[in-house]
Design a binder for this molecule. Structure first.
Ligand SMILES: [Zn+2]
Length: 335
């Protein structure tokens, strides 16, 4: 029996499983033209297609060491039930982060009111799904929706995930509409708190980072996707300097590899700060596991085992294995 190392399983805090089908599609000059192809793909989804294709993507996640996933779902209620079934079949713990979408995007996936959205959340929870709230973004949710959802999250003690500050244009539009930056608007509408996870936060300014730190909110970084879409670099110095808790997500699923996401965070921090060991290896592994579990409200999730006989780990001193995982291995090291 080859030696193995048991670790807490990785937690994929932010996934849109259907976007796995877009890997290799290189057309589109920027995020906004990529978004057009993504919406075309989303528009053609059916519950049956979600049920079949998500099983495959969730199996890939499970094989890559992710034992839990937060599916940030904005493609229909019947499809949400199908995603829950697919995760069950693939053997991965799933938190269905049902998206509130009030304007823009695709007609048939929008809710007519915030009341309809909250009814959908309750229906999913009533059917046994583990749920969280996910106002899609300040683009997709009017101010009253954010206020209502923030209050509901606090009352029902549910996690709340929201995209914010991924692209400069979203910030310009929010300033034009509200006179506030996205994270400032989320603070004003009661959407920031210890149950909140901001997805990306790429272009958050120091004032927005202060608001995150004061409220106890987390930030989910998705480095492989943020690189692929040309989003920018996360403000790591500002995040780390304020001790804002981090977690990771595979987001568009262009790559499914938690070690790569963590390596990219540390590599970016090293390039920015011109030094090594910015985030300790233990802290990085915690970002990839416990940080995500806290963001999803999970107390328990499965462990994962690394194969110490894998060529990437052969000859590595036992005490160096955690660092060798982060800096020198891909996800195929997990069994
Ligand atoms: Zn996303």
């Amino acid at each position: 029996m080859p030696a193995r190392l048991t670790l807490p399983g990785f937690v994929n805090t932010h996934s849109h499983a259907f976007q796995r089908a877009l890997r290799g599609k290189t057309e589109g000059g920027d995020f906004w033209s990529w978004r057009e192809s993504m919406l075309d793909l989303a528009g053609g989804l059916t519950p049956g297609h979600v049920r079949e294709s998500y099983v495959e993507t969730y199996r890939e996640m499970r094989a890559a060491g992710y034992t839990a996933v937060g599916e940030f779902h904005y493609v229909g209620l019947a499809e949400a039930h199908a995603a829950v079934e697919a995760a069950h079949e693939a053997g991965i713990e799933l938190v269905l982060l049902l998206s509130a979408y009030g304007r823009g995007g695709i007609d048939r996936f929008r809710q007519a009111s915030v009341a309809e959205y909250l009814e959908q959340v309750e229906e999913l929870a009533g059917a046994g799904a583990r749920v969280g709230l996910a106002p899609h973004s300040v683009r997709a949710c009017p101010r009253e929706w954010l206020e209502e959802i923030g209050a509901y999250a606090a009352r029902e003690d549910l996690v709340l995930h929201v995209h914010a500050d991924e692209q400069p244009r979203e910030i310009e539009e929010c300033l034009a509409e509200h006179g506030l930056r996205p994270i400032e608007l989320l603070a004003e509408t009661g959407c920031l708190g210890p149950r909140t996870t901001i997805v990306h936060g790429t272009h958050a300014d120091p004032r927005e980072l202060d608001l995150l730190a004061e409220s106890g909110a987390r930030v989910c970084l998705c480095p492989a996707t943020e690189a692929n879409l040309g989003d920018g670099f996360p403000p790591l110095e500002g995040l780390l300097g304020r001790d804002i808790p981090l977690c990771v997500g595979s987001d568009s699923n262009v790559r499914i590899d938690p070690l790569e996401e963590l390596r990219e965070i540390e590599g970016t921090a090293r390039r920015q700060q011109l030094r090594r060991n910015v985030i300790a290896v233990e802290a990085l592994l915690e970002i990839g596991s416990g940080g995500g579990a806290a963001a999803l409200g999970l107390d328990e999730w499965q462990d994962v085992e690394a194969d110490l006989g894998h060529p990437s780990l052969r000859g590595v001193d036992p005490g160096d294995v955690p660092a060798a995982l982060v800096h020198g291995c891909a996800a195929d090291v997990f069994v």
